[in-house]
Ligand binder design. Structure first.
Ligand code: ARG
Length: 444
């Protein structure tokens, strides 16, 4: 029974929140005249001493005492005697754990937000540096049109910005205090729930005691936002894996972020990126696991809910680590602008520009222009050259009206600079986007 019932190995992670919430509860009990001031003082002193013991690694967590709440209370009894027994007045472990866990998740959100902000700052710096560095843009991982590396990085700034927004949305709804719900029905003691809510930094007490001890949607929402964030991280990680592969060679990671092989002396493996890619599994699993734990559970508390912490702790701790590692790699990487430009020579990246030009200048219907550009691509392919290497007679055989102006349209830099509308890849547009993003992140 003890082996399956004890949760201390996991919920010891709530020790700080548990003590903080108990301090707030005890202070409220004193102020409401529910326990004597002298007992309240002893309780507070004892709790602070326990906090110190845990901080200094001198606390013995015991599985026979089941969970963090009982471990702290038992130690309090040893330290201050009978007065310890008054702390649990007008409270249950049900509202206690709901409060502790909310506090922990709120703290985790703030830590993630801080890490996300740092990652975004790193991406913005690199994007600024490479606002005009041309590279092939891909669809289907096939060369499509030229873009700038800065523009590509800014896509992630947008994605991670929305991740921040999702976490903040979750935080806003989470920010209510369950304490005072007691076991499930509230308490007959004249407690002041607004006081404890305020002391713990919550916006207000939760309105329904049954809801307060039953739901873990605050963790679900955070895990859902975390799962999406993890998916975003995995895509950037995968691109780093691709870009650092010699087949691309767009990016090099320094020794600090690569590992060698035990047998192949030449290897520089992007392990951190691969691990971030893989760790997304844990974030997604955490969300799935908690959804399954809660699905179909009757109100109110069920011991099933003790299984809420392990997946949440694991998923959010890994996300924090992944964010740190990703920020490190973004700051560390060296982009090879020459290799990126060289890669734009392949794949006929200006074929769309050519088609658009045939529409604009020679007034061809787009479908015909698209077809003509396609024929020219096949011609260049057959000759083993780029579009710009075709002679004017080649062009004219496909569209008789084409003049020498066509060569300007086939220039990569011109192609990139021409996409200057809102959201486009033109270097000046990218610089504007960076400035706007910097302003937004300063506002928070
Ligand atoms: N360790 C428990 C948990 O994490 C604390 C709440 C226990 N409540 C109870 N009624 N057994 O869920």
């Amino acid at each position: 029974m003890q082996a399956i019932n004890a949760s201390i190995d996991v919920d010891r992670g709530l020790w700080s929140e548990d003590i903080e919430a108990s301090l707030a509860h005890a202070a409220m009990l004193v102020r409401q005249g529910i326990i004597r001031q002298a007992d309240g003082r002893k309780i507070a002193r004892g709790l602070k001493r326990i906090r110190k013991e845990i901080e200094e690694g001198r606390f013995e967590f015991r599985a026979d005492l089941e969970d963090i709440h009982m471990n702290v209370e038992a130690r309090l009894k040893t330290l201050i005697g009978a007065a310890a027994g008054r702390l649990h007045t007008a409270r249950s472990r049900n509202d206690q754990v709901a409060t502790d866990f909310r506090l922990w998740v709120r703290g985790a959100i703030d830590r993630l937000d801080d890490r996300l902000n740092r990652l975004i700052a790193a991406l913005l710096d690199r994007a600024e540096e490479h606002a005009a560095t041309v590279m092939p843009g891909y669809t289907h991982l096939q060369p499509a049109q030229a873009v700038t590396f800065g523009h590509h990085l800014m896509a992630y700034v947008e994605m991670f910005g929305r991740d921040r927004g999702r976490l903040m949305d979750a935080r806003a709804r989470l920010d209510e205090c369950p304490l005072g719900a007691a076991a499930l029905a509230g308490t007959s003691f004249p407690i002041d729930r607004a006081m404890t809510a305020k002391a713990l930094g919550f916006a207000q007490p939760m309105r329904n005691s049954i809801d307060a001890v039953s739901d873990r949607d605050f963790a679900l929402e955070t895990l859902a936002a975390g799962a999406i964030l993890a998916v975003h991280l995995s895509r950037l990680a995968e691109e780093l894996v691709l870009w650092t592969s010699p087949g691309f060679g767009f990016v090099a990671l320094g020794d600090a972020f690569t590992t060698g092989s035990s047998i192949m002396p030449q290897k520089r493996n992007p392990d951190a990126a691969e691990l971030i890619r893989a760790k997304s599994g844990r974030a997604i699993a955490g969300l799935t696991q908690l959804l399954v734990v809660l699905k179909g559970l009757p109100l109110t508390y069920g011991k099933d809910m003790q299984e809420d912490k392990a997946p949440t702790f694991a998923a959010l701790a890994d996300l924090q680590l992944s964010l740190d590692a990703m920020t490190g790699m973004i700051r560390n990487l060296k982009a090879d602008a020459k290799a990126m430009r060289a890669a734009t020579a392949a794949g006929f990246l200006t074929a769309t520009d050519l088609a658009d030009w045939l529409v604009r200048v020679l007034d061809l219907p787009f479908r015909r222009a698209h077809h003509a550009a396609g024929r020219l691509v096949r011609l260049a392919e057959a000759k083993g050259c780029g579009l710009a290497d075709l002679g004017l007679p080649d062009f004219r055989r496909v569209v008789p009206g084409i003049g020498p102006a066509v060569y300007k349209v086939l220039d990569i830099d011109r192609s990139v600079a021409s996409r200057r509308g809102l959201g486009g890849t033109a270097p000046n547009r990218v610089r504007q986007a960076i400035a706007a993003a910097r302003k937004r992140s300063m506002k928070r």
